[in-house]
Design a binder for this molecule. Structure first.
Ligand code: ZN
Length: 143
């Protein structure tokens, strides 16, 4: 997963070193979850494996403890982040709708663009807003 420019300063200064250590030394060039080998065709998908370093438990870029990081193939990383990607898509849709002046359910704090919301109250608010958005969408009143 490429690091977004706006999140770059949130990663530790030695991120590249940590990432290399995880992928090449600890994981020995293999996905730590499925065993797929780096730069070789994936045994299931057949696409070329490029190992990436994933945040496993805590998705915040600052949470770069070696216990929270894993060397993952494209497939495992994508599956692991699926929920996060779905959620970001929903938030972006909501943001775009708000920008276009179509609706205003609540205001989105800046931190919500990433996975790690800093404030549980805001997370609850966003969750409620997304549920409302989803039900509006199902009812055909939106999109
Ligand atoms: Zn894998």
């Amino acid at each position: 997963m490429p690091i977004r420019a706006e999140n770059k300063q949130r990663y530790p200064k030695d991120w590249k070193l940590r990432s290399r250590f995880i992928r090449f030394y600890r994981a020995k060039n293999k996905c730590e979850w499925c065993g797929a080998e780096n730069y070789k065709p994936h045994p299931i998908t057949g696409s070329k494996v490029i190992l990436t370093t994933a945040h496993v438990y805590d998705h915040r870029p600052e949470a770069a403890s070696l216990l929270n990081l894993a060397a993952l193939c494209n497939r495992c990383h994508l599956n692991h982040d699926r929920e996060k990607h779905q959620r970001n898509r929903q938030i972006n849709r909501l943001r775009n709708a708000e920008t276009a002046g179509q609706m205003s359910l609540f205001s989105l704090p800046g931190e919500c663009a990433g996975w790690g919301l800093q404030n549980p109250k805001e997370e609850k608010k966003i969750g409620a807003g997304l549920l409302r958005l989803r039900s509006m969408s199902r009812a055909g009143g939106f999109y």
